[in-house]
Ligand binder design. Structure first.
Ligand code: TXA
Ligand code: MG
Length: 340
């Protein structure tokens, strides 16, 4: 954004009239090669014209993102998706039929219309058809696909409200469109159809088992589990999604056990936030009860991490969630938020 001390404008986009105005303003800026923060159903995105390298460069600069970390390209119809890739195939069609619009990114060989800066210099592109009316309308109005990473400073916690975006990027961009709190709450599943076997690069609410069920009959074997050794998606292994406080996942049977564990870790109770879904301690830290269902937990977790940072917590203790497929993406985010 030009000039100093300017702050992003936040435009509400809830009523049809508000949506009309916000979509028009966002599309105008995007057509002029600017970046705009837009709501999606997963997390807020920092969008730019995916076909304009100078515009895309602004995304990397604004976020402080390494240039080798590819961006997801957002589309609003299947024809647009097909124009972005070299070859559309049966597997992609079936995934699109079942999960789009929705929180699934499909990685395919890129077509020549996608500039190298979008894909981190690579030959493949991640495509997603988001399930939020506002970004769909913006893409339709622009007529071009939007490159959009999560709207946060690189490696920090993603934004699930316009206020979260404002806190991290408010002095770096001109416009944030406020489409309400994100319904899914964690980033899309990234599924790579270019590797053999195809595999999940980043777990999300749509898990491996669902993808497998949809692809069954196509004689496609997908790789089971995250294979950390062969994972080749920059930005997917390192420390990521990090709050300012130190995040630690713990299990406990009773308050005494938790107290001992906190003492051993050197956590000061007055500066400790505890996110749990059962056995809340009564005399330790600032306790927040989290939802017991994975889908609701996912919707809430980033907002709670933002709250802990706002409250000035030095430590965030997260009660380790259950171990089943629907919790896999949450474990993944917590593990990386906890990484040193
Ligand atoms: O839900 C989401 O996916 C959100 C919303 C805004 O759509 N976007 C998002 O973007 O989370 P970002 O850039 O924060 O994360 C995208 C991840 C990165 O870790 C990137 O490395 C990976 O997807 N990725 C993107 N394109 C890829 C490609 N061609 N091959 C492998 N990994 C890719
Ligand atoms: Mg991100």
């Amino acid at each position: 954004m030009d000039g100093q001390n300017k702050k992003a404008k936040i435009l509400a986009a809830t009523t049809p009239e508000e949506i009309d105005i916000a979509v028009m303003e966002a599309a105008n800026l995007l057509r002029n090669g600017e970046v705009v923060a837009l709501p999606t159903e997963t997390v807020y995105g920092l969008a730019a014209n995916a076909l304009n390298p100078q515009a895309v460069e602004k995304i990397f600069k604004t976020k402080g993102r390494p240039s080798n970390n590819p961006l997801i390209v957002h589309i609003s119809n299947l024809d647009m998706a097909k124009r972005c890739v070299k070859q559309w195939n049966n597997a992609a069609q079936r995934l699109a039929d079942n999960f789009w619009p929705g929180p699934l990114t499909i990685v395919l060989p890129k077509s020549e219309i996608i500039p190298g800066i979008v894909t981190g210099g690579g030959d493949t592109v991640g495509i997603r058809y988001p399930a939020h009316t506002v970004i769909q309308l913006v893409i339709e109005r622009c007529g071009f696909p939007l490159a959009a990473p999560s709207a946060n400073i690189s490696n920090r916690v993603s934004a699930t409200t316009a206020a979260h975006v404002f806190k991290q990027l408010g002095d770096k961009i001109a416009l944030i469109v406020d489409g309400g709190a994100c319904r899914v709450g964690i980033e899309s599943t990234v599924f790579d159809l270019t590797s053999n076997p195809p595999r999940v690069l980043r777990p999300g609410i749509i898990h491996e088992e669902s993808i497998n069920a949809v692809l069954s009959g196509l004689k496609i074997q997908i790789e089971k589990g995250l294979n950390q050794k062969t994972l080749r998606s920059p930005g997917l292994l390192k420390k990521h999604y990090s709050p300012l406080a130190k995040l630690i996942c713990l299990q406990w049977q009773n308050e005494n056990e938790l107290k001992e564990k906190l003492a051993a870790l050197g956590c000061k109770p007055s500066l400790t936030s505890i996110l749990c879904f059962s056995d809340p301690p009564s005399k330790l830290g600032k306790v927040t009860m989290m939802p017991k269902q994975a889908v609701s937990y996912a919707r809430a977790i980033y907002a709670e991490l933002h709250n802990c940072d706002e409250a000035g917590a030095r430590w965030i203790i997260v009660q380790t969630p259950p171990d089943s497929p629907e919790w896999r993406a949450i474990h993944d985010r917590l593990r990386r938020a906890a990484a040193e």
